[in-house]
Design a protein around this ligand. Structure first.
Ligand code: NAG
Ligand code: NAG
Ligand code: NAG
Ligand code: NAG
Length: 296
């Protein structure tokens, strides 16, 4: 579990055009969390600062326990499909929405942008998301230690074995820089949405380029996600477990496999960092740096 820190007072922003309905927001929570768990702070904050806003918080399954368990054991491709079906059927989202993903919900939300073009995602904000996966589960995202120990064991046993891939969410974004080809060939989620395979899905690029903004937040004092630069779409150099390769030097960026270069060239790829450990984000910081600029 994590806490979203509250720093400073809530400022009720004056909405200049009151006739204009605020753009709805769809949120996806992280591992070991639930739709109304720690992100409830952000939901409450947005509800207070933007009266009348419609917020959807994605829940997998019919109750919080199923939602929680799904963060470890419900195939991410299935989570994307279920979410797509849910938001497509929601008439209140038909004019578009902003997507916010927290932690592993960041890469899920991005997959929704890439695979689910209707309704339109306007801006995508990922907060501590793992766009290049993880290599390690340092504090195991601070959650239930027995589930975590089991997952850690399975990763060591063989993250890219088909039965591990299919059963465990974290295997689906496990990125082993020492076995790069195995990752590309066998990762059933991340290697696919990052267009790592030789046959590229052009739709992913087309869809991601429909975003007004793609905002990524990295936590400078991160102790949960390894490496923290994955939150900015960066990762270790192949064959290294300590040298980070700048995004602009990767094939994914240079050859623009999913549209990041074009997003940046048009001023729509925004990389922000904040002091704090995983998901410890001041709501006033969130307001000034994200809501005011990219979630109008
Ligand atoms: C989407 O899922 C939520 C939560 O499970 C549910 O309350 C809502 O009715 C669903 N909406 C649609 C349109 O299926
Ligand atoms: C590419 O992605 C789209 C959206 O998910 C999907 O409908 C399509 O089948 C994919 N194409 C290929 C060749 O996999
Ligand atoms: C957090 O990170 C910043 C920037 O790297 C650093 O200056 C600061 O000392 C760190 N704070 C803690 C408590 O480690
Ligand atoms: C994105 O564009 C800015 C200038 O607009 C540039 O400074 C930055 O290096 C670019 N980022 C990447 C990852 O290329």
């Amino acid at each position: 579990m994590f806490i979203i820190g509250f720093v400073g007072a809530i400022v009720v922003t004056q909405i200049s055009n009151v006739q204009c309905e605020p753009t709805p927001i769809v949120m996806y929570h992280g591992m070991g969390d639930t739709a109304h768990g720690s992100i409830q702070n952000v939901i409450d904050y947005l509800t207070q600062t933007r009266p009348g806003i419609y917020i959807v918080t994605i829940q997998m399954g019919s109750n919080s326990f199923e939602d929680y368990i799904s963060t470890y054991f419900l195939n991410l491709n299935r989570q994307v499909e279920l979410t797509c079906a849910n938001i497509s059927a929601d008439p209140k989202l038909s004019n578009g929405y902003h997507g916010i993903g927290f932690s592993q919900g960041g890469q899920i939300m991005r997959a929704i942008a890439q695979r689910c073009p209707t309704p339109t995602m306007k801006s995508l904000v990922t907060i501590g998301g793992q766009h290049q996966g993880v290599f390690g589960l340092p504090r195991c995202f601070g959650s239930a230690s027995s589930i975590c120990d089991y997952i850690r064991k399975m990763m060591h046993y063989g993250a890219y074995l088909p039965f591990v891939q299919n059963a465990i969410v974290q295997a689906q974004y496990w990125h082993d820089p020492l076995n790069a080809q195995q990752y590309v060939d066998n990762s059933i989620f991340l290697a696919d949405i990052n267009n790592e395979r030789s046959s590229k899905n052009e739709t992913y690029r087309t869809n991601l380029l429909r975003l007004e903004y793609f905002v990524m937040v990295m936590f400078l004092n991160e102790t949960t996600v390894e490496p923290k630069e994955t939150e900015w779409f960066e990762f270790y150099e192949t064959g290294s477990i300590d040298r980070i390769k700048p995004l602009e030097d990767t094939d994914l960026y240079r050859n623009d496999w999913i549209g990041l270069r074009e997003l940046n060239d048009t001023g729509r790829l925004i990389r922000l960092s904040t002091i704090g450990d995983h998901l410890i984000m001041g709501l006033d910081w969130f307001q000034r740096n994200i809501v005011d600029k990219y979630l109008q």
